[in-house]
Design a protein around this ligand. Structure first.
Ligand code: SAM
Length: 246
């Protein structure tokens, strides 16, 4: 059974409600490290809602075969709609995680982190009946061009990406601003002690103490890496098309 909805009362400013058939999968990685610590200190809150609790069927059925034929099963719209409607929205965007959604970007993550939180619907089987996606105006988001067994891992990816940007979560204010995507380029290579590791030395410039030269070297490396690994991103950067591919 899912916990009782907790978001009808005042609480942390940023809230994530996750609708899932596998409430046991949460908090998962969201309970660990800085993200879990931020939840404990009240910066954000997590609510899970068991979709199966909204089946009126004696067998607690949530799925049925695709109309028109084809493999697998489809999540029923009536059950999904009841689960969605049980959540207190507080103007939070309702997101359906699906491989056919718009690819998730750091720009969208930043926007979501600045809002009141998220309501995330985790699909299973072949996915969710189209009518509930339309009637509840769900925003369809993909976390990448591959297919997972369900939306739970994707929900944790999305929530973690947002929570780490909430004020007070990252210790060093610098660490988010210098990362990959923040200026439209991938991050430069990182080094730390010892000076020599398995016959590999730290590049001299990083030991020079010359901050201008270090910044120039890092920028050059960011450009090389972005050109080699993400020609799409490099193109967008050169065209001045904002911070990243959207
Ligand atoms: N039949 C679907 C298709 O071809 O697009 C794949 C369904 S997948 C097996 C089951 C669920 O996993 C989806 O409804 C979605 O919630 C989740 N999922 C799988 N891959 C995902 C991805 N790349 N991004 C976001 N969610 C994903």
């Amino acid at each position: 059974m899912s916990e009782k909805p907790i978001f009808s009362s005042p609480g942390p400013a940023w809230r994530a409600s996750v609708l899932t058939l596998f409430t046991d999968a949460f908090p998962g990685v969201l309970g660990a490290s800085i993200i879990g610590g931020a939840q404990k200190s009240g910066i954000w809150a997590l609510e899970t809602v068991d979709i199966r609790d909204f089946s009126v069927n004696r067998h607690r059925t949530v799925d049925s075969p695709p109309t028109g034929g084809g493999p697998g099963m489809v999540l029923k719209p009536d059950v999904a709609a009841k689960a969605i409607d049980s959540v207190v929205s507080n103007d939070r965007p309702l997101i359906y995680l699906t491989p056919r959604g718009k690819p998730l970007t750091q720009t969208r993550v930043r926007e979501l982190a600045q809002g009141p939180g998220l309501i995330v619907f985790c699909g299973r089987f072949e996915g969710l009946d189209q009518r509930v996606i339309e009637s509840r105006q769900m925003e369809e988001i993909s976390i990448g061009d591959y297919v997972l067994a369900g939306g739970e891992v994707a929900a944790q990816v999305l929530i973690e990406a947002c929570v780490r940007l909430l004020p007070g979560v990252l210790g060093d204010a610098q660490s988010a601003s210098e990362e990959s995507f923040e200026d439209g380029l991938l991050e430069y290579p990182l080094y730390t002690k010892p000076r020599e590791f398995e016959d590999r030395a730290i590049p001299e410039v990083l030991l020079s103490g010359d901050h201008k030269k270090i910044a120039e070297w890092r920028r050059q490396k960011s450009i090389e890496i972005t050109k080699a690994r993400r020609p799409d991103m490099w193109q967008a950067y050169e065209n001045g098309d904002g911070h990243e591919r959207d």
